[in-house]
Write a protein that binds this ligand. Structure first.
Ligand code: SF4
Length: 596
């Protein structure tokens, strides 16, 4: 028998029936009680644990890591750096992690699990590992897989049997003012200033190694000297004098400060900043480091192609299997590598914060559409934005000035930080500056910057497999290469395997870069009008030219170190010859002394 048709009288009834049906279906699907994802709550790291809990961290170069570890030690923490991630770590990451992650995730997550497994093999119980170690790492809200790192660490640790192992986050969006939220780890003023010093020192030292080692006369000297020098700087960071106002203030001022705690806090902070940035100990340590580095003998007449490294943050930084030991390979093949400092990334974050504030202001301003006569509201809108931009500009200026100053104190050879404004402007026609994730527009911007300013012979982009932002950049780079015809650009996808293939591709591109460097050198030699023998003879007579920190002025349009160097030596020879001729003329035409 057919179901009788139900008469529906009006719209209201239709709505009610729809709602009732919707509720019935939601109940069946369990959507009436949604089970939202909750971030797992972490067991806190408390102050009482400081003397027996070791903080683990990693993911930078050995220079950065040693210096950062010294800062932790100086602040009274137990701290250890993880080994450089290798292929077995990558495999462990694949075994215990989620499918479809990017290369750095597998390497870094696997590296932590591998280290904990090593501790276990050494005889430590799992319970002791969970109690006595924590991992400290960077985190982000995305949009690339960086946003998933924290969850991925937890997932892999759980699968590997280390459920409950603590992962402490330092979010990139919080910048250097981050607070861990865990009272066990306190970012005091001394700690922050020392960490800032360690980071910039690591960047500059890393840059210097790659500029000096390819030209060292005595093989192995650079590595040895830098090892000793970094150890000495670590010692300084660890034992650096901490300014405390109640000890250092003159006796007459002490009662004033003890009455006014706020004033005391401000002066204490200023004293600490002064001590860290202008203190005698700090300058002495930098001076000693500079002298050590300057003792390495170099021969800058060796013609080498200059290879600028770009790519994803971790892939362009790590010095191991994570990028096929690419820097070592390039140096073995006769190239000079220009590495990227972490500070470029920090400057990028600051630049983006400024650009975002400006762009979002129409929606973020406190008063949406004030009438033209509401001057107070207009002022408030304008003032708030300007205040924000000013704070960011000052922050950026301070960071870059400190970097410049440190580079100068360490010999003046390190590359300056590239202008973020220029990078953004160069990249924008190809890659929108507001497309976030990974290196954003930086890969494209750097490729163009180093090519148009003739600062290298070849750009090598190291891109991890499965990297979303790098895949975007790669697509864009084909348009870039089409526009800049003399660009030698090679993107290499890094993974846990395929090292031979990657090296052979690099070798091919390097062949072209070598020819470019040689042609440039020969052209420069011709313009000096000197032979190589004359140049070498002059260098032998002037030992200061064999010092790494001897300043060679940069000639625009010339990339190679050897080409720049012989141009300068040629100038010096000409200058000396002119000076000698002038002095001869003066002697020959000088009036005879009375009595002669
Ligand atoms: S930038 Fe790429 S490789 Fe790096 S975390 Fe994001 S997705 Fe992974």
């Amino acid at each position: 028998m057919a179901t009788p048709l139900v008469q529906i009288e009006n719209d209201q009834e239709i709505k009610q029936r729809l709602e009732a049906e919707r509720n019935r279906l939601r109940k069946i699907a369990g959507l009436d009680r949604p089970n939202h994802f909750q971030r797992p709550s972490e067991r806190p790291f408390i102050a009482a644990e400081r003397d027996h809990v070791t903080i683990l961290f990693g993911g930078f170069t050995w220079k950065h890591e040693d210096l950062i570890r010294a800062v932790f030690h100086g602040a009274g923490y137990r701290c250890e750096k993880l080994p450089v991630p290798d292929v077995p770590a990558f495999q462990i990451g694949k075994e215990y992690g989620n499918n479809g992650q990017c290369n750095p995730t597998y390497f870094t997550v696997g590296n932590l699990v591998q280290y904990l497994q090593f501790l276990e093999k050494e005889g430590m119980s799992r319970r002791d590992i969970l109690e006595n170690y924590i991992f400290f790492t960077a985190g982000s809200c995305g949009p690339c897989r960086f946003g998933m790192y924290e969850a991925e660490y937890r997932y892999a640790l759980k699968n590997a049997g280390f459920d409950g192992f603590r992962v402490l986050l330092f979010k990139d969006s919080d910048g250097i003012t981050a607070a861990s939220g865990q009272p066990g780890l306190v970012f005091s003023t001394d700690f922050r200033l020392n960490a800032l010093n360690a980071l910039q020192l690591g960047d500059i030292i890393n840059d210097l190694i790659y500029q000096i080692r390819p030209y060292e006369v005595n093989k192995g000297e650079t590595d040895r000297v830098f090892r000793e020098m970094v150890d000495a700087l670590c010692d300084d960071l660890k034992h650096r004098h901490s300014f405390e106002l109640d000890k250092e203030a003159p006796n007459w001022a002490k009662p004033v400060f003890s009455r006014n705690k706020r004033l005391q806090g401000t002066f204490n902070l200023l004293g600490k900043v002064r001590e860290h940035l202008w203190g005698k100990d700090y300058f002495n340590a930098l001076g000693a480091a500079r002298e050590r580095m300057d003792s390495i003998e170099v021969d800058r007449t060796r013609v080498k192609p200059l290879v600028k490294i770009t790519g994803e943050f971790w892939a362009q930084l790590t010095e191991g299997d994570g990028n096929y030991h690419m820097f070592e390979f390039l140096e073995r093949e006769g190239a000079q590598v220009i590495v990227e400092p972490i500070s470029t990334w920090i400057a990028y974050l600051i630049h983006q914060a400024k650009a975002n504030n400006k762009t979002k202001w129409p929606v973020n301003r406190p008063y949406r559409d004030p009438k033209w006569w509401e001057l107070k509201k207009h002022f408030a809108n304008d003032f708030k934005l300007r205040k924000k931009l000013m704070a960011i500009t000052v922050g950026n200026w301070v960071y870059c000035s400190l970097y410049r100053r440190m580079a100068k104190n360490l010999g003046g050879l390190a590359h300056a930080l590239v202008s973020q404004k220029e990078l953004a402007e160069l990249a924008h026609p190809f890659y929108n500056n507001f497309a976030r994730g990974g290196e954003g527009h930086l890969e494209v911007g750097k490729n163009i910057y180093y090519t148009v300013h003739k600062l290298c012979h070849m750009v090598l982009a190291l891109k991890p497999f499965g990297c979303m932002p790098s895949s975007q950049s790669d697509g864009v780079q084909s348009a870039v290469v089409n526009k800049f015809k003399d660009m030698i650009f090679l993107p290499v996808e890094t993974s846990g395997e395929g090292e031979i293939n990657a090296h052979s591709r690099v070798q091919m591109a390097l062949g072209e870069a070598k020819m470019k460097a040689k042609a440039e050198f020969e052209e420069c030699l011709k313009t000096t009008g000197k032979s190589m023998d004359e140049i070498r003879e002059y260098i032998a007579e002037h030992p200061e030219l064999k010092r790494p920190f001897y300043h060679v002025p940069h000639k625009a349009g010339v990339a190679g170190t050897a080409a720049q160097f012989i141009l300068h030596v040629g100038d010096r020879i000409n200058k000396d010859t002119r000076g000698w001729k002038r002095s001869r003329v003066r002697v020959e035409t000088a009036p005879a002394m009375s009595g002669d």
